[in-house]
Design a protein around this ligand. Structure first.
Ligand code: ADP
Length: 300
């Protein structure tokens, strides 16, 4: 049996890409896509030639996070052309191919694998310094095939994004073990939304009803804060009081022998920048998240 022709095409295609970084998370909603998007913005701002490949088929949010919603992919004789944010930042996402953003969620394994393979072999990136790959959450068969394909082309390693919540940290252990098992270097772990989870678990707002009953208003208070006074929430979330340096990602990393790249605080301004498809590094309001993200990128 000869070599897999798909693998041969992928290796050929990736020959013009210097560095490949896979961004992983144990579960959804921890900010993996936000991190991938801002990492790409940061590398592009450093004048690198950057490609961002979104294969998070479960919920392709990358087009929106880069301000490219509604754009379409074009095909040339060289392959599929990425959509460009700037001349040195190209993006490819399943989101560009769907009439409705929700559609991909119902795709099954083989179809997902097919499109991922096609992305790796058919997208014409040209010369790239960095290809950032935003992977789906978890460690499924999909991941094994992605990693195998990327390994054949020489991949630098994976960045794992997590939140400080215990369940998410357990998922990270699984991710680290997955990387060890498949021989993928872990470039490091990023703890995102640092502050929020401690905040939510440690703060309680109780009100007393007229009949003397206690009512837990915590959720309402936090939601109101997010809506009406996000600056206040980010101030609280960032304060060291809730930033238990003993636990969380840093401890888990030292236990598992992987690098801890740093914490990105919960920052409503980052959420807004992501929502509007902007780089937080160009936004003077992203006071909390931009410096933290910059420090992380510089460590890579
Ligand atoms: P995932 O890719 O892990 O599913 P997303 O990147 O889509 O997660 O993030 C989920 C939501 O959380 C998005 O609305 C995003 O803007 C927001 N978010 C992510 N990180 C932060 C942060 N550090 N501060 C505030 N909001 C954040």
């Amino acid at each position: 049996k000869g070599p897999d022709p798909d693998l041969v095409s992928i290796v050929e295609r990736m020959a013009t890409v210097k560095h490949k970084i896979l961004v992983l998370s144990g579960k959804g909603g921890v900010g993996k896509s936000t991190f991938s998007a801002q990492l790409s913005f940061a590398l592009a701002a450093m004048d690198f030639q950057v490609g961002l490949l979104d294969i998070d088929i479960c919920g392709p949010s990358i087009p929106k996070m880069l301000g490219l919603e509604g754009q379409e992919i074009h095909q040339s004789n060289l392959g599929w052309s990425p959509v460009y944010v700037e001349s040195n930042l190209g993006v490819m996402s399943i989101g560009f191919m769907l009439p409705h953003p929700d559609e991909a969620v119902i795709w099954r394994g083989p179809r997902k694998n097919g499109i991922i393979k096609q992305f790796l072999k058919d997208v014409y990136w040209g010369e790239l310094d960095f290809l950032v790959v935003d992977a789906p959450p978890g460690t499924s068969d999909e991941h094994i095939s992605i990693v195998q394909f990327l390994q054949a082309t020489g991949i630098d390693g994976a960045i794992i994004v997590t939140t400080p919540q215990q369940v998410s940290l357990i998922d990270v252990r699984k991710e680290v073990n997955f990387c060890k098992k498949v021989g993928l270097p872990v470039l490091g772990v990023v703890e995102n939304m640092s502050g929020l989870c401690q905040l939510l678990s440690e703060l309680k707002f109780i009100s007393m009803t007229d009949s003397g009953e206690q009512k837990d208003m915590t959720e309402w208070v936090i939601e109101s804060m997010i809506e009406k006074a996000p600056e206040m929430l980010s101030f609280i979330a960032f304060s060291e009081v809730f930033d238990s340096s003993a636990g969380g990602g840093a401890k888990m990393c030292s236990d598992m022998g992987v690098s801890f790249l740093g914490k990105v605080p919960l920052d409503p301004q980052l959420c807004k920048a992501a929502e509007e498809g902007r780089s937080c590094f160009d936004d003077s309001k992203c006071l909390l998240s931009a410096p933290a993200l910059k420090t992380i990128v510089e460590k890579l």
